[in-house]
Design a protein around this ligand. Structure first.
Ligand SMILES: Nc1ncnc2c1ncn2[C@@H]1O[C@H](COP(=O)(O)OP(=O)(O)OP(=O)(O)O)[C@@H](O)[C@H]1O
Ligand SMILES: [Mg+2]
Length: 237
């Protein structure tokens, strides 16, 4: 048991820090969940995971982010651009950021990721954005499933793990068992509707929050503000 076990008795969910979004998620994401965030390029996987990790930091959870897209510096400015300030959390080490090149690690990517997860057992929340390149460079199906099983074990001990994945990264034969293994499955879409780009979040599943499952949420990413939930009718134009 670590000193953060208090959270378990006080908070049962990770809040995104965005009340509108939380309410669509049935209150937030249950602690100890394995969460899959799936979507095409530009659909909002990074923005959503940044919003959730920021929300977790506001509630004093300890967060570890593996990013294949950013350096620490570019992450700070990207998050700043959507009004998510993480500098203090970095300095206080509540947030640890590890830029990674999963594609360079080839078939070892997943073993090394699991080792890295276990090397800091005090982390409450682990985010990998994105997990896509780990799946596309030399790893076989058994290794990928084995990785998800390892994640499940860590979640069973109370860690919350968020993995973002490009929709086309895996064949459905592999994706389906992975989806069912996950406790929460959030699907992001970005569709062209005439002149407008319409973004939606589909709550495919949140275990323990039946009311949220199936919800479809329209949202915009507004410079200087971040994720803004908008009525679906408005999102559809
Ligand atoms: N500061 C910002 N101001 C305005 N729009 C932004 C800002 N930051 C991100 N966006 C927009 O939010 C949308 C989602 O971007 P995001 O990077 O989260 O997509 P993604 O799903 O992670 O894509 P990829 O698979 O390429 O990593 C994009 O349309 C992006 O242009
Ligand atoms: Mg991204």
């Amino acid at each position: 048991m670590n000193e953060h076990t208090d959270h378990d008795t006080l908070l049962h969910v990770i809040s995104s820090g965005n009340p509108e979004l939380d309410s669509r998620l049935g209150g937030g994401l249950p602690i100890g969940s394995l969460i899959l965030v799936e979507g095409a390029s530009g659909s909002g996987k990074s923005v959503l995971s940044q919003q959730i990790l920021w929300g977790a930091l506001q509630d004093s959870f300890r967060v570890m982010l593996f990013t294949s897209e950013n350096t620490v510096k570019s992450l700070v400015s990207q998050m700043e651009s959507i009004d998510l300030d993480i500098l203090d959390h970095l300095l206080l080490r509540n947030l640890r950021v590890y830029p990674i090149e999963l594609s360079h690690l080839g078939e070892h990517a997943m073993t090394l990721l699991v080792q890295a997860f276990k090397s800091e057992p005090d982390r409450d929340v682990i985010v990998v954005d994105s997990f896509t390149s780990a799946t596309t460079h030399g790893a076989n199906d058994a290794q990928i499933l084995g990785f998800f099983e390892e994640c499940k074990r860590l979640c069973g001990r109370g860690t919350t793990i968020i993995l973002t994945l490009h929709t086309d990264a895996l064949e459905s034969d592999l994706l389906n068992p992975i989806r069912s293994m996950c406790d929460a499955h959030l699907k992001l879409f970005s569709d062209q509707d005439g002149q407008r780009l319409v973004k939606t979040l589909q709550v495919a599943k949140i275990r323990g929050a039946a009311s949220a499952t199936g919800a479809i949420v329209g949202f915009e990413v507004e410079p200087g503000w971040g994720m803004r939930v908008i009525p679906i009718s408005k999102a559809r134009g």
